[in-house]
Design a binder for this molecule. Structure first.
Ligand code: CO6
Length: 437
């Protein structure tokens, strides 16, 4: 029987696993190429995965809600329609490359001891578990002793993380082992502190958080734990850009087919300031600062389900206002309709969150790790302002807004953060009211 292995796809550069949230097919189903097979969720994005082949599903190895490493065999498709009676363990299918058209992705670990252990052991360890074991100096014997909660007793990420937590808190652990630990992984696990107990009364309603909400919650806690946040605020007089936008928005839409709001103008000012202040366009990696060459600006988009996602405008500093407007509208639309590609939410080097559309004026946003700063834009409002003129001070009605910048105080001091923020405000204030569209 010619068969084809459906493997967990690689959903992005840094993604090593995904959760199968829904199967659209079951064993015995006949499928055609491009039929949707399953929905997979990662901590970045949800995707629906189509079939690359025609055939009959003969085996599904993982149930819904299973967390599966990239490259693992999720299902087997018979290409000639024959259904063979098989009783493979989930773990064995990975080695059945001889009779399949496509081999699952190879584990990329270089840890010889753990790799060798696989031959000696009846257990299979995913690439992710092996990488963690290697980074944390988990010996073969230790790994073998971990009780797995996955299919067929497979050790999952949560099992090894729980083991590490108990091992690290054990006083019997020799100190030397801890010192030899490599630098912290890029996405540190969030240590959940015990929260005070909550009493639930008869009139209260309890709502379960959905998966994305839990991920957002974890990311927020992690960000606050990783970097000490400070927030600076400036006020900007954006009268000229408001007059320009109001005057040109209809003509802009007619000419380019896209509506222009204030967001692309904010993004243009931010990208220019980031190019001038490269330290703000960086990440912290242990004791090193990684200055990013590209200016990739993430935009926080509120989704209809109440969650938030941050698609990224790549190389924002190289785009003109038309390009920024089109990309922003495209990404915001894709975000609201769950159509973002995983690559479109990766690689951001700075984030903007616009709460002005909710009528908010000032806020203290949380940094989108591993970035080091985030800008919040408040509502643009008409205000009385004192203007200095050659004939003396006058009070005039001006369009004003507050800009709030939260930044990582490990590497950005108030002087740098404040100067960077002021530069964004200067770019907005100096917007050319006669700019051609
Ligand atoms: N001032 C005045 N008017 C505004 C502003 C501000 N800051 N922002 C938007 N608007 C106007 C905008 O120009 C539109 O007006 P018209 O063009 O005249 O129709 C209108 O409000 C609606 O704009 P829209 O939101 O549709 O489009 P925009 O391009 O401005 O924003 C977006 C795109 C994707 C950012 C937005 O749709 C969105 O999702 N915003 C929510 C972002 C969010 O939830 N962030 C988290 C906030 S919580 O950060 C936070 C600190 C903590 C509390």
């Amino acid at each position: 029987m010619a068969s084809f292995n459906i493997v967990m796809p690689k959903l992005g550069e840094s993604i090593q696993e995904g959760t199968i949230t829904k199967w659209f097919v079951k064993e015995g189903d006949t499928i055609e190429e491009d039929d949707m097979l399953f929905e997979v969720a990662t901590d970045k994005v949800d995707s629906e995965i189509p079939s690359p082949v025609d055939g009959v599903i003969t085996k599904i190895n993982y149930e819904e809600d299973s967390l599966v490493a990239v490259g693992e065999v999720l299902a087997v498709v018979s290409l000639d329609g024959e259904v063979e009676e098989t009783e493979p363990e989930a773990t064995d299918s990975k080695d059945e490359t001889a009779k399949t058209d496509e081999a699952p992705a190879k584990a990329e670990t270089t840890d010889a001891s753990v790799d060798d252990s696989r031959k000696l052991s009846n257990r299979f360890y995913s690439p992710l578990v092996k990488t963690i074991a290697k980074e944390e100096n988990v010996s073969f014997d230790e790994l073998e002793s971990i009780e797995g909660s996955g299919v067929g007793g497979r050790v999952q990420k949560k099992d090894i993380m729980a083991y590490l937590e108990s091992r690290d808190s054990s006083a019997s652990q020799p100190a030397a082992k801890k010192e030899s630990k490599p630098a912290a992984p890029a996405a540190p696990a969030v240590e959940k502190k015990a929260a005070p107990p909550v009493s639930v009364g008869a009139n209260d309603t309890v709502v379960e958080m959905d998966r994305v909400r839990k991920l957002i919650a974890d990311h927020m806690v992690m960000s606050k734990q990783v970097s000490p946040h400070v927030t600076s605020v400036v006020e900007a007089d954006v009268t000229d850009l408001v007059i320009w936008r109001n005057k040109n928005k209809d003509a802009f839409q007619k000419k380019y087919g896209d509506k222009i709001t204030f967001m692309p103008i904010f993004t243009e000012a931010v990208a220019a300031a980031l190019a001038e202040f490269p330290m703000v366009n960086s990440s912290v990696n242990g004791d090193q600062i990684v200055m990013k060459k590209d200016v990739n600006v993430g935009i926080a988009v509120a989704k209809p389900d109440g969650n938030l996602i941050v698609p990224v405008i790549r190389n924002a500093e190289q785009r003109n206002l038309v390009g920024l407007t089109k990309e922003l509208n495209r990404l915001a639309d894709a975000a609201r309709n769950n159509k973002l590609d995983p690559s479109e939410i990766q690689g951001g080097t700075f984030t903007i969150t616009n709460f002005g559309s909710f009528g908010n004026i000032i806020g203290t946003p949380i940094i989108n790790q591993p970035q080091v700063a985030i800008l919040a834009t408040g509502i643009i409002e008409k205000k009385p302002a004192v203007l200095e003129t050659p004939s003396g001070d006058v009070i005039a009605i001006r369009h004003k807004m507050y800009l709030s910048l939260s930044y990582d105080h490990r590497i950005i001091d108030g002087a740098l953060g404040g100067a960077f923020l002021r530069r964004i405000a200067d770019h907005l204030e100096q917007f050319d009211i006669n700019r051609a569209i």
